[in-house]
Design a protein around this ligand. Structure first.
Ligand SMILES: Nc1ncnc2c1ncn2[C@@H]1O[C@H](COP(=O)(O)OP(=O)(O)OP(=O)(O)O)[C@@H](O)[C@H]1O
Ligand SMILES: [Mg+2]
Length: 457
């Protein structure tokens, strides 16, 4: 069963003892402190799901601690206890992020009831995480992730045409997985064991296009010192992937059309055609119709390729896939960076949901890669996200900490030398925690959390 942690902070030892005895049960670990500051350290270190807080204590009030807890992790459930209950303070506390407010002396059955509810809640969330895990496994298709109707439709089309296509055109905005679709088509085709050869048309110099694609014979031009095979021939028995086909010159387009029609090529400088058997997949993020009307793309080639046309939807059109994609990339990056990243805070998730994603899945992948590299905790939070996303529309409602892009490099090495860096910053700051946090460009609470983690004073 899921183990839930509870921290209780109250300056009267007798009250604490009573509480922990009353709440004792299997699956619940209880930590107590009679000192507010020590209690806060305990919260940073144990990262409990539930906190019981006395509202009135010397040194620091329950409300002050509450603010710090909400800053540390807004998902923690905080129950405030007070002998001086008023509706105003209760409302104020709940506005600040408390989940509940109890009268002192605390009625044990009432407290038990509240804690039971929170426990059930924590277990439900745990179950939801497990379901997410299953969902992620279910919604994978040939390296693609998505559970939206648009993605299921894409998967179905790929599955259907993969057995039969000779040529295909994949269109869609940048970063939407056109490369993945091309590979999926190949992997599910009868020539899956053949080669998958990619030609990135935007990277080929115009004058070299034809010799690159069709090869040449010795003496065809200066520098042609021996016969050379082109990519089309190399892909014989497999698939040729023409990426960014919108960048292919018109003359080459005409020759490509002939290859598709006749299934034969002629090397540059030769007159003898060679029979080839190749499937061709082309991809572009440009508006092909527009290019045709501008006479930049041959209409006949388009119709030949587009006998099978698949289009990849923008991320904005399938926002329901965001949580799944977030989970997928988080898992991948935490493995890649060898960090234990458990998830993403609710407020960071909300910020991701607000963004418009002009760069689609690639942008999301980069943003989460950045976040996983930056983060010093086990949850991705707003301050870990790239500036472009933190500044995204509607950000006003969310507080942003002053982490800047320049700190990226310095933070890159943070993880492995975390303790040394913390100690160094503290020394530089003359022991002043806020100053050290500023040097490291992290929030003060995160600094304290990190110090507790590494037993630094
Ligand atoms: N549905 C998806 N699930 C998981 N990862 C995806 C998905 N779509 C795209 N990606 C990832 O996003 C990145 C960009 O995808 P890809 O290179 O296929 O984009 P593209 O459509 O070819 O873009 P461009 O037009 O700029 O070439 C890749 O790292 C890819 O693995
Ligand atoms: Mg691409």
């Amino acid at each position: 069963m899921l183990n839930v942690k509870l921290v209780a902070v109250d300056d009267t030892p007798a009250g604490l003892e009573l509480l922990s005895e009353a709440l004792q049960q299997e699956g619940l670990s209880i930590f107590v402190s009679t000192d507010p500051e020590e209690g806060l350290e305990l919260i940073y270190r144990e990262h409990p799901q539930i906190v019981l807080l006395d509202l009135v204590m010397p040194k620091m009030s329950g409300l002050q601690i509450l603010e710090k807890i909400v800053d540390f992790d807004p998902a923690i459930d905080v129950i405030l206890m007070t002998a001086h209950y008023t509706t105003e303070t209760a409302v104020q506390a709940i506005q600040k992020g408390a989940s509940d407010y109890l009268n002192k002396p605390v009625s044990i059955p009432a407290l038990r009831g509240r804690v039971e509810k929170l426990l059930a809640d924590a277990r439900r969330r745990q179950r939801a995480l497990e379901l997410d895990r299953e969902l992620l496994d279910t919604c994978r298709f040939e390296g693609m992730i998505g559970r939206s109707p648009l993605m299921w439709d894409l998967y179905a089309r790929i599955r259907r045409v993969a057995q039969h296509y000779r040529s295909a055109l994949i269109t869609g905005p940048t970063g939407t997985g056109k490369d993945l679709v091309a590979k999926a088509l190949h992997n599910l085709s009868p020539v899956a064991s053949g080669r998958f050869v990619t030609c990135n048309c935007s990277a080929v110099v115009e004058t070299l296009f034809e010799s690159e694609l069709f090869g040449y014979v010795k003496g065809a031009f200066t520098g042609a010192t021996a016969d050379k095979m082109g990519l089309v021939e190399f892909a014989h028995g497999g698939t040729l992937f023409l990426d960014e086909i919108g960048d292919m010159p018109l003359t080459t387009q005409a020759k490509l059309l002939r290859v598709l029609q006749n299934q034969e090529i002629t090397r540059v400088g030769s007159v003898t055609p060679r029979k080839i058997d190749v499937r061709v997949i082309a991809a572009t993020n440009r508006d092909v119709q527009e290019m045709i009307s501008q006479k930049q793309f041959r209409e006949d080639l388009y119709y030949r390729l587009a006998m099978v046309e698949l289009s990849t939807p923008s991320l904005a059109a399938r926002r329901e896939d965001l949580p799944l994609l977030e989970k997928f990339f988080l898992e991948r990056f935490s493995e890649q960076f060898n960090k234990e990243i458990l998830g993403i805070t609710r407020r960071a998730q909300i910020q991701l949901a607000r963004h418009s994603w002009p760069g689609n899945v690639r942008e999301l992948e980069n943003a989460l890669g950045h976040a996983c590299m930056m983060t010093m905790g086990d949850m991705i939070d707003i301050e870990d996200l790239p500036l472009s996303i933190r500044r995204s529309d509607g950000l006003k409602a969310v507080e942003v900490s002053p982490v800047s892009e320049e700190s990226f490099d310095s933070v890159f090495s943070f993880d492995s030398h975390e303790k040394e860096l913390l100690a160094e910053a503290l020394e530089k700051a003359g022991g002043n925690q806020s100053e050290a946090a500023r040097i490291l460009r992290i929030s003060r609470d995160r600094m304290r959390y990190k110090m507790a983690k590494h037993n630094l004073r």
